[in-house]
Design a protein. Structure first.
Lengths: 434, 160
């Protein structure tokens, strides 16, 4: 049977499935060419920045953790980094190691959820994880087991798996003993095996053709695959400190979205997240993560956004290995937190949430009250880039019937694991060919 | 001996969505020893973990249909029974809930042989703590129903 798609059509998906939060997509095709692509974010804005004003400088880690049930640790870590920067304090040694360990738990849980529950069904032709589980039971069980190991790290260090309660400015309320961490090492060794199996599984998927030329932006540190702190680097030579983020990133409101759209001044749209980190920091991956990538022929030059699922799997290997090394070398600190006294001024914090760079800035007064707050989540930074990917994908696949094209477009969006709930300060798909 | 689990599902910061948690806390005061009470946010993997290993489970969650606030809906799942009632599926992974957990559990053969769901009709699910009066008023009655369900499960000869 031959199918001939009309030269003008509108495609819409009014509630995108398998994304974190609520949003929609609208594609307009006129005279056989893509006229417009919009990612619409309609979750109501939540005004976190406004209600941080007038709160104590110690409160942002707990308040901003509430922005997301999937990446609360990222919010806590960027908040702590920013407040501590304002107060002239640097948290190092075992306390910083524990923060990285907690963050490893979130990466393992968030990436595994996205790989197994949200993204893999796209590649295997299922409507969702439940339909996939019926045919791939052992694989899904492995995914759930891996996710649970991430949970266990969060529970041990954070006090609970969602919205951890043990993080504070300066460190933690309570730090674990070596004995408490020891069983997690064995679990993480199992986790690393499951993560390696995940890389081989997703590495064997068929990936649609799509190459992007986005500027990659990620943190970089001399000493590690950067997650907490460091300088903001890009594939085109950007090299700035956290304090310069404001001067380089412009956020603007667009009518179709309750999330702001971010651009690099005089440079345009850019990409944050696993593909950016992997492209910029490939040389700093743990040995096992690099070997796993090598085994399936994935290198730092990878620019196919559909392959992000493989990079996420490699990053889970990375997180497991990093967590194992931290536990093996752990010596509990003398105190669970260092004292932080308020200092009037502005502080900036940057960390790598599972979805990409997360920036916080706080201005506090001498009494420790918050005067101003700015939070730039990864999804607002990626939103123009996702639209860019959609535009080029639709342009290359105009011959597909609406339902197939719509489904593929949703997949293009899911490549970036957008967290719409975080970005609303977003999914439905529509294609208009009329 | 029949292993029974009692599970409360909900988010206490979305008003009546927290009713499942309140009911299992109330029931916990009067439950026999050896019956674990678990509170979960509704994330499917955690729900699966909560009832894995149990022969039977009672799950209390808030529901939204057209019934009046505080109405209790009872659903029962046994081997060979129909799929879960067609609750409106959410699209966001932030809102995946009990129906997804039952679906995933059935695909993975990880649903207890006997599962009873008590769904309490909520009135408002807006952000913020605290139940509306009509929902708070039924906590005791629903807790009592949990106890009766557990007792019946303990007494029953559950097919293995």
């Amino acid at each position: 049977m031959t199918h001939r798609a009309p030269t003008s059509r509108t495609m819409k998906v009014d509630a995108l499935a398998r994304v974190e939060g609520e949003g929609a997509m609208h594609v307009e095709i006129r005279d056989g060419a893509v006229a417009d692509v919009q990612l619409r974010i309609y979750e109501p804005p939540r005004f976190f920045e406004a209600f941080l004003r007038g709160r104590r400088f110690t409160e942002p880690p707990d308040i901003t953790a509430r922005i997301c049930g999937i990446c609360p640790v990222a919010y806590q870590m960027s908040a702590c980094e920013a407040i501590e920067d304002a107060c002239g304090v640097e948290v190092g040694g075992p306390l910083r190691d524990l923060r990285r360990l907690l963050y490893c738990g979130e990466w393992i849980e968030s990436h595994t959820l996205h790989i197994y529950m949200l993204h893999a069904p796209d590649f295997l032709g299922y409507d969702g994880a439940i339909e996939m589980a019926a045919d791939h039971r052992a694989v899904v069980e492995d995914g759930l087991a891996l996710k649970k190991i991430g949970n266990e790290l969060l529970e041990t260090l954070g006090g609970r798996a969602i919205h951890p309660v043990n993080v504070r400015v300066g460190g933690f309320y309570r730090v674990p003993t070596r004995r408490e961490l020891a069983p997690l090492r064995d679990r993480l060794l199992r986790g690393r095996d499951l993560a390696l199996a995940t890389v081989r599984w997703v590495g064997g998927f068929d990936f649609p053709d799509l190459e992007h030329g986005h500027e990659l932006v990620a943190l970089r540190r001399p000493d590690e695959y950067a997650v907490i702190g460091g300088r903001i680097h890009s594939s085109r030579g950007l090299d700035i400190g956290a304090a310069e983020f404001d001067e380089h990133v412009l956020e603007e409101h667009v009518a179709r979205s309750t999330a702001l759209h971010a651009h690099l001044l005089e440079r345009g749209n850019y990409l944050v997240g696993p593909q950016a980190r992997f492209g910029l920091n490939f040389d700093q991956l743990s040995a096992g993560a690099r070997d796993a990538a090598g085994e399936i022929g994935l290198g730092p030059e990878s620019r196919n956004p559909f392959r992000s699922i493989v990079i996420r799997a490699v990053e889970v290997v990375q997180a497991c290995e990093e967590a194992i090394a931290i536990i093996e070398g752990y010596e509990p600190p003398d105190r669970p937190a260092i004292d932080v006294e308020p200092v009037a001024g502005v502080g900036h914090g940057v960390t790598e949430a599972p979805r990409g760079l997360l920036y916080h800035r706080y201005e506090i007064d001498a009494d420790g009250m918050i005067v101003d707050a700015r939070i730039v989540p990864p999804t607002s930074q990626n939103q123009p880039t996702i639209e860019h990917d959609l535009f080029h994908f639709v342009e290359g696949h105009l011959d597909l019937p609406d339902d197939e094209l719509g489904h593929r477009c949703e997949q293009v969006i899911r490549n970036h694991d957008p967290c719409i709930s975080c970005a609303t300060h977003f999914l439905d798909v529509t294609v208009d060919r009329a | 001996m029949t292993v029974v689990a009692v599970i409360g599902v909900g988010n206490p910061f979305r008003r009546d969505d927290g009713v499942g948690l309140e009911v299992v806390r109330r029931a916990a005061e009067r439950l026999p020893d050896g019956v674990p009470v678990v509170e979960v946010d509704g994330e499917p993997a955690r729900l699966l973990d909560a009832w894995t290993g149990a022969d039977a489970a009672v799950v209390v969650d808030a529901v939204r249909s057209d019934a009046s606030a505080g109405t209790v809906h009872r659903f029962e799942i046994r081997p060979g029974s129909e799929a879960f009632p067609p609750w409106r599926p959410g699209t966001s992974s932030h809102g995946a809930g009990l129906a997804a957990a039952v679906g995933l559990g059935q695909a993975l053969d990880r649903v207890p042989p006997h599962l009873v769901v008590l769904g309490v009709e909520g009135q408002t699910f807006s952000p913020g703590p605290g139940l509306t009066q009509a929902v708070a008023a039924v906590i005791d009655d629903v807790a009592q129903r949990v106890l009766s369900e557990v007792r019946a499960m303990k007494d029953a000869d559950v097919p293995q």
